[in-house]
Design a protein around this ligand. Structure first.
Ligand SMILES: [Mn+2]
Length: 393
């Protein structure tokens, strides 16, 4: 059976104040084309469907359209909530929607019952564990010792029951959707994982599954399972990543969807299909003259989401406004020069009182620009200071 594994759509997200909704609409269409081309049979969406617990209307519309488009293709869809979603809001109507093949994980209630699918090799049980914290799991398993996220996931999964009756355990294949930070995963800037790093789950907690479709971490990556081998081999554990770049730390990612082909027990094949965004995310650097030369910008799409790092020693007046003429989707601009590289300490009050206004101003200038004033600038400043003082008398 052929699964498509998606996660972290973050519908409704704004990146550096730019709405991503058009980019998201574009990429969801591309995902549908891939589903058609690859003859995908089941879609898994592993959390962070929306960017916010109360998503904007256009994000709700977009998800609705995407689910309708999948429904038209008669593809069963499994969807769990991530830490950005509100599990109660996202799972509204889930018992009714399940009738139509749209399975949305309800709020965690201490149980984990699978939906059973059938293919030529027998039954495949699909389990859905929405994003959980230790407190969620503790509430339903008060007798278990749950101190960490690893404990929470382990205990939650230990309550997993078998779905289809009659399929012998040794040939039963088990798929899990989960949205957690698994130990060892490499992060990027857009995840908003809680700081402190106490939220990680050891991969061993996922023993006993054939494929674990993870969400939460935004770069696509396989997770190495170093636990004791369960019967039927190690699980394949993978983050499929976001369909779009959501921070400049992801500028060099290749975004993709993950296709998972599950054959007989022990035979799971994973493939990434690259996605091409409406606007790429790109970091460029150079002097103002360099980055505004045609020779420079004709090598890529000027409509990309751009971060410019200017290396000029002197600030360019209204640089953002000017750069936006060439790069309309300029998201960020910063300087990398002597001024931004070095920081200096400010003197205490006593030393300040002994200095002349010009000396103080000169120090401020050096602090900001990491170079002294020219003689001309000194003269102009001195004249200005005298004029101001004259007025005050
Ligand atoms: Mn996320």
């Amino acid at each position: 059976m052929k699964f498509m594994h998606l996660s972290d759509l973050h519908l409704g997200k704004r990146v550096n104040e730019f709405s991503m909704i058009e980019d998201q609409e574009y990429i969801l269409k591309q995902i549908l084309e891939i589903a058609d081309r690859e003859a995908v049979e089941v879609v898994l969406i592993s959390g962070d469907v929306y960017d916010k617990p109360i998503p904007p209307v256009e994000a709700v519309r977009l998800l609705d359209q995407f689910l309708v488009d999948l429904g038209k293709r008669h593809l069963p869809v499994f969807l769990i909530s991530g830490n950005h979603d509100s599990v109660q809001r996202l799972s509204f109507g889930n018992r009714l929607l399940a009738e139509g093949g749209l399975y949305i994980a309800p709020e965690y209630d201490g149980m984990l019952k699978p939906i059973s699918l059938q293919d030529e090799y027998g039954a495949i049980d699909v389990f859905m564990l929405p994003f959980v914290k230790p407190a969620h799991v503790r509430r339903f398993h008060p007798d278990e010792e749950i101190e960490s996220y690893t404990d929470a996931v382990r205990v939650a999964l230990s309550a997993a029951t078998a779905g289809a009756e009659g399929t012998p355990v040794e040939s039963l294949r088990r798929i899990l959707l989960s949205h957690q930070f698994v130990t060892g995963a490499s992060r990027s800037d857009s995840e908003e994982v809680s700081v402190g790093g106490l939220d990680n789950v050891d991969a061993q907690a996922y023993a006993g599954f054939d494929y674990v479709a993870l969400g939460h971490i935004h770069g696509p990556q396989d997770i190495h399972f170093d636990g004791e081998e369960a019967e039927g081999g190690c699980p394949k554990i993978r983050y499929c990543g976001t369909p779009l770049k959501y921070s400049f730390s992801e500028a060099n990612h290749e975004k993709s969807v993950t296709l998972v082909e599950v054959k007989e027990k022990g035979d799971v094949e994973v493939r990434a299909i690259p996605l091409t965004p409406l606007h790429d995310m790109r970091q460029i650097r150079g002097t103002y003259l360099e980055v505004t030369s045609r020779e420079f910008y004709r090598k890529f799409d000027q409509n990309d989401y751009i971060q410019v790092t200017l290396t000029d020693e002197e600030d360019i007046p209204d640089a953002v406004g000017k750069l936006r003429i060439i790069y309309p989707n300029l998201m960020k601009m910063n300087y990398d020069n002597k001024r931004t590289r070095e920081s200096q300490e400010v003197d205490g009050a006593e030393q300040v009182e002994q200095k002349s206004p010009l000396q103080l101003f000169e120090e401020l200038y050096v602090l900001q620009n990491n170079q002294g004033m020219t003689e001309e600038q000194k003269k102009a400043s001195q004249a200005l200071i005298e004029t101001i003082w004259e007025d005050e008398r």
